[in-house]
Design a protein around this ligand. Structure first.
Ligand SMILES: NC(=O)c1ccc[n+]([C@@H]2O[C@H](COP(=O)([O-])OP(=O)(O)OC[C@H]3O[C@@H](n4cnc5c(N)ncnc54)[C@H](OP(=O)(O)O)[C@@H]3O)[C@@H](O)[C@H]2O)c1
Length: 373
């Protein structure tokens, strides 16, 4: 049965996990055991699903999966043994892994799953007719997916069926495995939203570029530099323009923009209307539209692929520039005033929800505490 229309909220009763359960003879292969893969493998296993892990030979992540009780296999072997194959590898390697390894291992009736739509949407993965393709994109980093699951909660996901399985012997339909996957992950406990692969890919990239990662980084750095240029101490500039972002983001996360306004001082609230229209003016809106156009027509994907294929020289240069920026020294001084920040991280690590083991594996992504990847 197809998924309901885009925008429909799916709750637990609409998403039975039974089609994926070990009792139904099903197996899920999670390829990759990093930020997302580990959370998917652990949550699905805790939900009663038989999970195996796939990885490249000698992979550190694969060793971790084995130490956490999973049988692990080479990518093709794991993929060919599963009903649902969850590709939890960095987006930039999907095309190569698909072409060199997975395309010949996958047969009609199996269902491929992605955690973010980029590679399916841009044709890096091109499943042949008969092979199902679905998306379950939890809207948060793997650490949060695992943490909330362990708390009996779940974060929302965008879910989509890109292509249905076909044929009389095709086994379970892709839509029912998609719903069961979201359920086993904990993402229907609160509710997940039906979208398309294009919806998820375009909005995810646009949000991270204009607001969450690009916009925020640009604003914080510019504001820090202007205060320091004007003679204010760097540590004070850091507190005002970077550290405090979390307090405001927490308010927005919990209560929305109107709720945030209600919780801040009249002075701060008056400042919103004084500054926001001047900062985000017609020129900025035009740039946002241009960024959206580049996302939609594939120009951004092309640029990312070119850099990834060359070993990410641009990404590494900018990563190093951020590490070398004076804001980092000021940030270290300020964060040392709050030793509980490191203690909080250590607690998460001890709880088993952490992704910290996998940071710095060379991918383009970094997990954040409780929000966007
Ligand atoms: N980061 C997040 O929280 C987040 C949030 C939402 C969606 N997503 C999506 O989740 C997917 C996975 O991202 P991620 O951040 O979880 O990745 P990640 O943490 O970088 O994990 C990558 C995994 O893939 C393996 N790997 C890396 N390169 C490989 C290659 N060339 N061949 C085979 N295995 C390779 C790594 O193991 P070894 O290096 O040990 O082999 C590791 O197990 C992506 O589609 C991403 O967009 C991520």
């Amino acid at each position: 049965m197809p998924l309901p229309p885009r925008g429909t909220v799916i709750h637990a009763p609409d998403a039975p996990i039974e089609p994926l359960l070990a009792d139904a003879g099903r197996t899920v292969a999670v390829l990759g055991y990093g930020n997302q893969g580990r959370a998917h493998a652990l949550n699905l296993r805790d939900s009663g699903v038989r999970v195996i892990v796939g990885g490249r030979t000698g992979s550190e992540a694969r060793k971790r999966a084995e130490s956490e009780g999973f049988a692990s296999f080479d990518l093709a072997e794991a993929a060919s043994a599963a009903d649902l194959v969850v590709i939890a590898l960095p987006d930039e390697v999907h095309g190569r892994v698909w072409g060199e390894t997975l395309a010949s291992a996958i047969r009609p009736g199996q269902v491929l799953g992605v955690v973010h739509g980029f590679s399916l949407h841009h044709g890096e993965i091109d499943p042949p007719p008969g092979v199902g393709a679905v998306l379950v994109a939890p809207k948060g980093p793997g650490r949060t997916v695992r943490e909330r699951f362990l708390m009996g909660q779940g974060i929302p996901a965008i879910i989509a069926v890109h292509q249905e399985t076909e044929g009389p012997d095709s086994g379970p339909d892709a839509a029912s495995l998609c719903l069961a996957w979201a359920a086993g992950l904990g993402c229907t406990r609160g509710g997940s939203i039906v979208g398309s692969v294009a919806d998820e890919t375009d909005t995810d990239l646009f949000g991270e570029q204009t607001v969450l990662c690009g916009g925020l980084t640009g604003l914080i750095l510019a504001a820090f530099e202007i205060l320091v240029e004007a003679g204010y101490p760097p540590e004070v500039a850091y507190i005002e323009c970077c550290h405090e972002a979390k307090q405001v983001c927490d308010l927005i996360y919990h209560r929305g923009l109107a709720g945030m306004r209600a919780a801040i001082s009249n002075t701060a609230e008056f400042g919103i209307d004084h500054a926001a229209p001047r900062l985000v003016n017609d020129r900025v809106r035009a740039e946002m539209r241009a960024l959206l156009a580049e996302i939609r027509d594939g120009r951004f994907a092309e640029r990312l692929k070119t850099d990834a294929d060359a070993g990410f020289p641009d990404l590494h240069r900018h990563r190093q520039a951020t590490a070398d920026h004076p804001i980092e020294q000021a940030g270290r001084t300020v964060r040392n005033l709050m030793p509980w920040l490191a203690e909080d991280d250590a607690k998460v690590e001890a709880s088993g929800a952490s992704d910290a083991h996998h940071r710095g594996h060379g991918g383009a992504r970094r997990a954040t505490e409780d929000g966007q990847d």
